[in-house]
Design a protein around this ligand. Sequence first.
Ligand SMILES: [Mg+2]
Length: 297
Amino acid sequence: MGQAIGTTIYDFEEEDRQVSSDEIQVLARVLPTLSYTDDTHMTIGVAESLIACKGFDGSHMVQRFIANYDNEPWRGYAPGPPNIFELIKQGRPWNKAAADIYPDGSFGNGAAMRVSPLGLFFWDNHARLIQAVYHASRITHHHPLGVEGAILEAITVALAVEESPASSFDVRLFISNLLGYTTKDVYRTKIASMEPLLACPDDKTRIVEELGHGVEAFNSVPAAIFSFLSNHRNFISTVTYAISLGGDTDTIASMAGAISGAYLGIDAIPGDWIEQVENRDYILRLANKLWQVSIKS
Ligand SMILES: [Mg+2]
């Protein structure tokens, strides 16, 4: 939902300043439509493919990405995905094209930003989830740090589904569970630093210094997870906190909102935000279908 205020978020991004949660909520109220950016656009593609295939199919998923991009190329895509899509259109296999264009791979957050439907679909089977995320990431991001960021985001969504908002939330245990899914030092260090940082969430300069807020997966997935952990009782606070960190606001808020939604459920999302969001009916139908295929799989 954070991405739902995408147009405004880009203004924040250009100014590179931190804004308050109150400012964001005021803007959300006055904007007639809450539009979304590439994060949600690609997340929709992942959900569409999971629903159509009743599971992960890389060649189908990339065709959804391509069709969606061709329909709406103005969603704020980075240059990488369209270049990869072009190569696939010319016949290059979906799992080879990214490495042809970027031999070293990208550790941007483009794989992590779209991965939440996989976390919802495979929430009860982490081994299958990690395998699916690995392959889904490599459509565009095959650098190990880009893939690990996507795995962490998806696992966080899956762990959030398992937690009951009616019970007490053991943040320390949640962080310790997450650490079990990290293999790279940069993620381990940042996730391990979250528990002490929970004592000072309002010191946003320090939060950004330690966790980052940039377009790299390791500088945005930890910020999204922390936005959720430090505001886990409240969807609005999670999303507005993520945006208030500045930097790659649409992506960090999108990932934080996905975790919060997985934990709290749709009733935690303000009715007026749902009412104003672009393509609301389609997204709601998609969410329902994803839930239906998930429980049957
Ligand atoms: Mg972004």
